[in-house]
Design a binder for this molecule. Structure first.
Ligand SMILES: [Zn+2]
Length: 266
């Protein structure tokens, strides 16, 4: 029997190129925890690790055992993806690349948009997907040789369950909608390796669903503003729109609504 999500404290194989180590940091924003992705080309010893996760020794100790790390990549700046970087580098000596220079280690640098990174028998294309945060990227990974299927590491741009909350400091809905379209354009039947939650079989389908959901929410927020007045406070808009969501989540929804209001008022 293949091991299924969620599986803590072990390396779980997901596709011929990708395994996941799920961090034991479940929560409202992290779902079952942070997924640290381990990408390895068939027949290769070295791997690429994406998002070391939070600074948690148990998690980092499992990651230290995945084998020689050729390179570490970061999908975006949030602490549940990056706080573990130093502990991970201490254990593995890996160099770290990210959009944000704060996370560069061991000579790692920023990505060029659309950059193709060839490392350890893998071809990793950096797809800029801002919106959740300004620095969010997705990583399209395939093997340099052979026909092991491609997959896309989506960070928090697409999650394994539910929807993404756009950060109301540097998230942007216009960017996010464009990013979803960029992911749709990658084509059908590409597995999704998300930052949280279970992996999914088809990026195109899920990205189309996300796009439809965002457009539906935007329509609802437009309708709420028509009812409540164009300058309605965010709390009132959330109460009006998120009737289908547990009120416990309303403070989180406020972030998304702030981002939507900014988009609509611009
Ligand atoms: Zn995030």
């Amino acid at each position: 029997m293949p091991v299924e999500h969620p599986a803590y404290g072990r390396v779980r194989e997901v596709t011929p190129l990708a395994s996941v180590v799920l961090e034991n940091n479940p929560g409202m924003m992290t779902l079952d925890g942070t997924n640290t992705w381990v990408l390895r080309a068939p027949g290769h010893d070295e791997c690429v690790v994406v998002d070391p996760g939070e600074a948690d020794d148990a998690h980092l100790d499992v990651l230290a055992e995945v084998g020689p790390v050729a390179l570490t990549l970061v999908t975006h700046r949030h602490h549940d993806h990056t706080d573990g970087i130093d502990g991970f580098v201490e254990r593995t000596g890996a160099s770290v690349r990210a959009v944000d220079p704060r996370f560069h280690r061991g000579g790692g640098n920023s990505y060029e948009p659309g950059e193709v990174i060839e490392v350890a028998g893998l071809v990793v294309t950096v797809v800029p997907t801002p919106g959740h945060t300004a620095d969010s990227v997705s990583l399209h990974v395939r093997a340099a040789q052979g026909d092991a299927g491609a997959a896309v590491v989506t960070g928090d741009t697409i999650l394994g369950r539910g929807t993404t909350v756009l950060d109301d400091t540097d998230g942007d809905l216009g960017d996010y909608l464009s990013s979803l379209r960029r992911l749709i354009d990658l084509g059908p039947n590409i597995p999704v390796l998300p930052g949280h939650g279970p992996d999914l079989p088809d990026l195109e389908t899920i990205a189309r669903g996300y796009l439809a959901h965002r457009e539906e929410r935007l329509d609802q927020v437009r309708a709420a503003l028509a009812d409540l007045g164009a300058d309605a406070p965010v709390e009132a808009v959330v109460e009006h729109v998120y009737t289908d969501v547990d009120p416990k989540l309303w403070p989180v929804a406020e972030k998304s609504v702030n981002v939507q209001l900014e988009y609509l008022r611009r």
